[in-house]
Write a protein of this length. Structure first.
Length: 120
């Protein structure tokens, strides 16, 4: 039985490491997107009228990303277990896209495949 227990413990450690890596991918992607949107806002041609729909959309995207990063950053500071990471990743996959970027769609798809492979 000791061998079986050790094998399960190793599997859990490997799953946790995989989930942490997937979560890091999510955080890196969100931070990268926030930076890209911030750069786009900074380089937006001036003067910017209040009714500029494209600028307002960028500003709303930036605010949503900032709120989401604050929220999940606070959660990530806790000592999380496999189930916590799974719930966070699933919530990210199910959330509305932050941009129309193909890379974001691919990330969400890859995360879903990798979670399924873990059997979670």
């Amino acid at each position: 039985m000791t061998t079986a227990m050790s094998s399960q413990a190793i599997d859990r450690k490997e799953d946790l490491a995989t989930l942490k890596s997937l979560w890091k991918d999510v955080m890196d992607d969100l931070n990268r997107r926030r930076g890209l949107i911030g750069e786009e806002i900074r380089s937006y041609p001036t003067p910017i009228p209040r009714c500029d729909a494209q600028f307002n959309h960028l500003y709303e995207q930036q605010a949503r990303l900032a709120r989401e990063l604050d929220r999940i950053g606070a959660l990530s500071e806790k000592d999380m277990e496999c189930g916590d990471y799974v719930r966070l990743i699933e919530a990210f996959i199910a959330s509305a896209p932050y941009t129309d970027d193909r890379a974001e769609q691919e990330l969400r798809s890859r995360l879903g495949v990798e979670l399924s492979a873990l059997g979670k």
